[in-house]
Design a protein around this ligand. Sequence first.
Ligand code: HEM
Length: 427
Amino acid sequence: MRNAPSSVEQGRCPADFDFFDENTLNCPYRFYEVLQEQAPVYHLPDTNIYMVTRHADIKTLLKDTATFSNNFTEQLKGPEPSPDVTAIYARAWQPVDTLITADPPRHKTYRTLVNKVFNQKRVDAMEDYMKRIVHELIDGFIERGECDFISEFTTPLPVYVIADQLGVPRKDLRDFKRWSDSFARRLSQMATPDEQIEDAENIVAFQFYFAEMCEQRRNDPRDDMITDLVTTTIEDPDTGETRPLNMEELQSLLQQLMVAGNETTTSAITGGMVSLIQNPEQLHALTLDPAGIPQAVEEILRMESPSAGLWRVVKKETEIHGVSIPEGSLLMLRYHAANRDRALFDAPNELNIERANANDHIAFGQGIHFCPGAMLARKEMHVAFTALLSRMTHFRIDESKSDLTYWPNIVLRGLKSLHIQFDQRVD
Ligand code: HEM
């Protein structure tokens, strides 16, 4: 456990914890344990949110898409945006439900399409490109013997990779990251009024940029995902008519593909690096035998679970473990807790790169919404750790610059900062 405030570690019953409190979010492990033992479906006080923490329960609930819907946009809208923010969004394309907020049968239309354009072949073909990026990033700081690991390595890596898959030129990547951050901040619902205006401007700029890019690819097709998306056809989910994707659908898909993988992959590699540095014998074992890296990646995904919790809307009144849940309530499926469930994982708060069932984690969800970027994220993590361990050794955390606390976000989990020191390998 990192930086565990004692009150959070010592709670004995659910009421001893405030889920939204920064200390609990930072170190939720004792809270998860108490909930899994005493209240596996827990009504968060003064909200319409019910949190589910056991691995087996979440897996079962994920199958029942008729009762537990992904169409949570309305529930999460929060306070009405100011007229200024509304006016900015009105200049661009309005949101439509495609992947993450769509239910069957609508979801299948878009998911089939994404599975088609985002496949193992395309990801495998990326490997050399990923290696090049990773080594270039390492070249940028290795001589210094230290780096800001998040800004110099784990942030640019997934942005470069997804931008390249989509077909965004490198020269535009500075904008790309800014836009992506605005989507993430909107999701966290923690933006100030001024930040909401800034986010709206960024999101609208993103939309115009991609609208132009779609137009370009229609006229001049290339071997990239944007070309695939603009040249393909779908069966309209309402009328059954075969037609190309319209601009609202294209924007929705591009936004999700662009944003969903950035923060999450950044957090997985950052958190994984910390865990390995804190377990030097395991780090050493991987250095000696890099063949263990794919298994270590699964264990890191289990421990970090960067998509810490996802929403479902309860479509009809239901009861789980004796808790009655009214229609219209929100379920928070706590993937991060499930991946540390003692019923499945021994010593769940300890890194064990040889854990035989690490792969039972649900860090990428399960069922129809299972993360389509999983194979890409896994490969990025594999390539990243292989390169880091092959070029550097004696990794240390620079504690004067890294307090190892997490952003206070109830959906995404990621460390705020990580500065590391290391030696170059000379062997
Ligand atoms: C370590 C990195 C990642 C983690 C932990 C992660 C986690 C998840 C999870 C838990 C879900 C399921 C959501 C639910 O249950 O409602 C999901 C869905 C999704 N992810 Fe990822 N993801 C990662 C990387 C990526 C990447 C690299 C991409 C794309 C480039 C991506 C794109 C998506 C999309 C589009 C969905 C929605 C799928 C659907 O609703 O059918 N993710 N991800």
